[in-house]
Design a protein around this ligand. Structure first.
Ligand code: 2PG
Ligand code: MG
Length: 430
């Protein structure tokens, strides 16, 4: 260890996220003078097997205050981690995990651990005077991700106004990352105009997608295709649809309740509905088509469309290497969503991605619905060469901060940069 990268101070503070809720920021300073800083996001539709976000409970801020997590960083974690090398991420993260001592990080809090894990990586990159993506991935970190961008919000991010959570687009026909953003900007704008014409432009949902004032879930899909066409783009070829069904939010035990349409479906009924949508609409990717406790149905769905549609596990896999291995063995899903706060450290998140990649899965680095201006995940997507990035919509600065950072990196990489393109989507291994 060079003396320059020794952690000499760790400080956490309470800051505020995009929903106006408390979250944590940590600052890690190194003996050579470098400093790294990171903020932790928060989900609304969470998987039951995610690591725990430590909240104070009680009356203040609806029980969501993070004073205990802040105190854990400034006390126990700082005492244990000061003196370690920031550029030895695995050793640092393993110390954090051992210090917590629980499988779901519920003693110190996954939010406390992650703030330090990410801030240390930033500090180590700063000590070398290079951007984080390059620190993580070296000269090979040249893959610009395919963005998944929300046009209409829904589910838990829009007061359950519609059942499906994210109506997104991907741009398989785009030649580079910047063009994918340009096309998405046009689709987003036209979708807003279309809603205005219907007298239904009622603002935006949690991640910046247009508020889903629709009579049925399928109406939203029709509107999305119409917006792509109005933008002068070819649905399916240039711009395709990606959905996050987030089915754990409206079903368990193989029973699903579509509140908007007042109907109940069993697992096969939901599979049938989604397969019909895959026939009717240019859908390239579906996340959490079934609930986290419905693995057998997840496998049936993947067997039916996984050769041509990317089937993503989020709540189903919670960025866990073990759950990905089990899903791969069962033929359930072909792509893993990677959210560092589902685990609590960068090392565990990277292990999940490495396990997934070795099993032929694709990956998508993802933000949470409660975000900040922190752009660490952009660097993870590029540094780890994951190939896809999901950040929410094309509005609100906690989202745009990330798209804009990826644009800067694309520019910086210049000729060396490669856009992930249509080949990046997960497909069943044959
Ligand atoms: C998801 C995320 C982002 P949340 O389900 O993929 O859309 O939502 O952060 O609320 O879990
Ligand atoms: Mg999801």
């Amino acid at each position: 260890m060079s003396n320059e990268t020794r952690i000499c101070s760790i400080h956490a503070r309470r800051v505020w996220d995009s929903r106006g809720r408390p979250t944590l920021e940590a600052e890690v300073a190194l003996s050579g003078g470098a400093v790294g800083r990171a903020m932790v996001p928060a989900g609304a539709s969470k998987g039951a097997r995610e690591a725990l976000e430590l909240r104070d409970g009680g009356a203040s801020f609806g029980g969501l205050d993070v004073r205990r997590a802040v105190a854990n960083v400034n006390g126990e974690i700082a005492r244990a981690a000061i003196g370690l090398a920031a550029d030895e991420q695995v050793a640092l993260d393993e110390l954090l995990i051992a210090l917590d001592g629980t499988s779901k990080r519920e003693r110190l809090g996954a939010n406390a651990l992650l703030a330090v894990s990410m801030a240390a990586a930033h500090a180590a990159a700063a000590a070398q005077g290079i951007p984080l993506y390059r620190y993580l991935g070296g000269d090979g970190a040249t893959l610009l991700p395919m963005p998944q961008i929300q046009i209409f919000g829904g589910g838990a991010h829009a007061g359950r106004r519609v059942d499906i959570q994210d109506f997104m687009v991907v741009c398989p026909g785009a030649g580079n990352f910047a063009q994918a953003l340009e096309w998405t900007a046009e689709v987003y704008r036209h979708a807003g105009e279309l809603m205005a014409e219907r007298g239904a432009r009622l603002g935006v949902a949690d991640e910046g997608g247009w508020w889903p004032a629709f009579d049925t879930n399928e109406d939203a899909l029709d509107a999305l295709v119409a917006a792509i066409e109005r933008a002068g783009l070819v649905p399916g070829e240039q711009v395709a649809i990606a959905l996050d069904v987030a089915a754990s939010e409206f079903g368990h035990g193989g029973r699903y309740t579509l509140g908007l349409e007042r109907r109940q479906l069993d697992s096969d009924g939901l599979i049938e509905l989604l397969l019909r949508w895959c026939e009717k609409f240019p859908i390239a990717s579906i996340e959490d088509p079934l609930a986290e406790d419905d693995g057998a149905a997840f496998a049936r769905f993947t067997a039916a469309v996984g050769h041509r549609v990317q089937v993503v596990g989020d709540d189903f896999l919670v960025s866990s290497a073990e759950l990905v291995a089990a899903a791969a063995a069962a033929g359930a899903a072909n792509t893993v969503l990677l959210k560092p706060n589902q685990r609590g450290t960068l090392t565990e998140t990277l292990r999940c991605w490495e396990a997934a990649r070795a099993l032929g899965f694709a990956g998508i680095v993802s933000a949470r619905s409660g975000e900040t201006e922190d752009d660490t995940i952009v660097h993870l997507a590029i540094g780890w060469q994951v190939g896809q990035l999901k950040v929410g919509s094309f509005a609100r600065s906690e989202r745009m901060a990330k798209w804009n950072e990826a644009l800067r990196i694309e520019e910086r990489l210049g000729e060396r940069g490669r856009f992930a393109g249509a080949g990046v989507f997960g497909r069943n291994a044959t």
